[in-house]
Each structure stands twice: as C-alpha cells, then as structure tokens.
Design a protein around this ligand. Structure first.
Ligand SMILES: [Zn+2]
Length: 282
C-alpha cells in the first residue's frame, strides 16, 4: 500500500468512530435496542397518481426511481428495488409502498420537504410497508442540474427522495454530534438546502448503515442489544447504531396513532427539513 492510500486509512483509524459510524438505525418505539428493517431484499415501491405538479411528472418519476436505486449500488449489500408503476390515488400503502406528491392539505410540519412513514411489527421490528410523502404545497421540486428557480423554495427531488429512501430501508438521522466538522455530511443528515443536489449520492456513512442492516448474503441485522450501564461515563448506546429514541417531536405521531387502536403496528415518521431558508418552525 502506497502512502497515498495509507493516509486515508490512518484518518479512518483516528476518526472512524465519529465519521464512519455516525449512522443510526430507526429504533422500535418500545423495545430497547431493537431497530426496524425489511425481512426481504427485493423491495417494491410505486408512485401515486398524478405524481408531481411542480416538475415534469415523467422526469419526476425517473428521479424517484434513481433515488431508490442508489441504495442498491454498493457491493456490500444485495438490497434491490423494483418500481411497480403508477397507482391510483388512494391505493392502500400496504399494497403499494407509494411515493405521494401532495400539493394541498399537507398534514405534517410545513417545514418538512418530505416525510416517510414506516409501518412495522412492534414485536420484531420487521417492516410491513412504507409511505413517502413529498410536500408540494409549500415547496417546489426540480432537477437542479437543469434548472433551479431562485424562489427560495425549490429543492432537488432526487436528493430529497434519496434521503427519504434511506428512511424507507430503516435508517434514521445521524446523531448531531457525529456531524460536527464533517466536510461532506451524510445523505441521512436531517437538513437540505435550496437547490442542493449533494444528497443524491451516498456518503461512506450512509453505505456503512446500509450494509450494516443489509449485509451481502446475510440476514438483515438490527441494533445489537447492550446490557444496561451504571457507570456514568460509560454510554449505553449500541456502537454505530443506537437504540435510543430520536427526536421527541418525531415520536409523537406514534402515540397519536396508537389512540386509533393500532395495537400491533406502530408508525415511525421521519422527515427532511429545509435548511435554507431556515425552517419555518422549530
Ligand atoms: Zn430524514
């Protein structure tokens, strides 16, 4: 190994815990140190009609397909995706794993560009289905390599959906402290800028999370269980993949939906918020 190659390796050895292992699995709400994942590797998704209203619907469809496919590229995993086509509005998500563009009645935080809701078995963390909603009521989508309106509310669709697809496979946002000083934030970072296409690609940390959960030729993994720690200076976080709950605001919908009598399944909502201009709400 030449010097040019050994230097990056040394950096990984020095800083690898913070930089390479920043990814987080999405925890199961009421089972410590368990996280959600698909039990199969060939995942299907659809696009709910009529699709995007703020960019060419066909270009939007192609961008969505590329975004999911991005997570099947690394050699360390055998995860794959199949686009099953456009489904009629109102098709049950359990049948279609839909991507839905909403240009009115956005039911979530107005500052959220996109939001993914995963439904899983609370006993096992096995995902049943997912739904990705994209906010065209408050924002516009575009292929920013072609054009990006200087209106302060146009976001790169492929970048947003690539991030949301990470949630679709079970990844959560990295811990904030893990992102300090990182030159190229992971695509699973929780904020994206106007006309920013950088989330189209996966960073090393995103690939590490992907291949931790879905290793090539092996069963899907979840966050390892750790015994409780009593020493105050010893953390109880699973290495590189925490079972601790994420943002409290994201947990709330779980309980609201429980009130509807969903005893077996719970929902986890994750969102990517606009970073520029500043989010409209905290
Ligand atoms: Zn997110």
């Amino acid at each position: 190994m030449g010097r040019a190659q050994s230097l990056p390796l040394a950096l990984v050895l020095l800083f690898g815990v913070r930089v390479v292992e920043a990814y987080e699995c999405t925890p199961v709400s009421d089972a410590d140190y368990a996280s959600i994942r698909w039990s199969v590797r060939a995942l299907r998704f659809s696009l709910e009609a009529p699709g995007s209203r703020t960019m060419d619907p066909l270009l939007a469809q192609e961008a969505v397909a590329r975004s999911f496919a991005r997570w099947s590229v690394p050699d360390c995993t055998d995860l794959s995706f199949e686009f099953t086509g456009v489904v009629p509005a109102g098709t049950p998500p359990a049948e279609s794993n839909p991507v839905i563009f909403l240009d009115r009645d956005w039911p979530h935080d107005a500052a959220a560009v996109g939001l993914t809701t995963m439904t899983y078995r609370t006993q096992t963390g096995i995902i049943e289905y997912g739904k990705m909603e994209l906010n065209e009521q408050h924002f516009r989508f575009s292929d920013v390599d072609t054009e990006c309106l200087d209106d302060g509310r146009t976001y790169d669709l492929e970048a947003v959906v690539t991030h949301e697809a990470g949630h679709f496979i079970g990844l959560a946002h990295p811990r904030p402290e893990a992102l300090e000083g990182v030159a190229a934030p992971p695509t699973m970072s929780p904020a994206i800028g106007v006309c920013d296409a950088s989330f189209r690609s996966l960073e090393a940390d995103d690939e590490a999370g992907l291949c931790f959960i879905y290793p090539l030729g092996e069963a899907a993994r979840q966050c390892p269980a750790l015994p409780a720690q009593t020493e105050p200076l010893v953390g109880n976080r699973a290495f590189g993949c925490s079972g601790a709950l994420g943002g409290d605001d994201e947990v709330a919908p779980v309980w609201a939906l429980l009130a509807l009598g969903l005893w077996v399944r719970r929902f986890w909502r994750t969102e990517v918020k606009a970073a520029c201009p500043p989010p409209r709400s905290a």
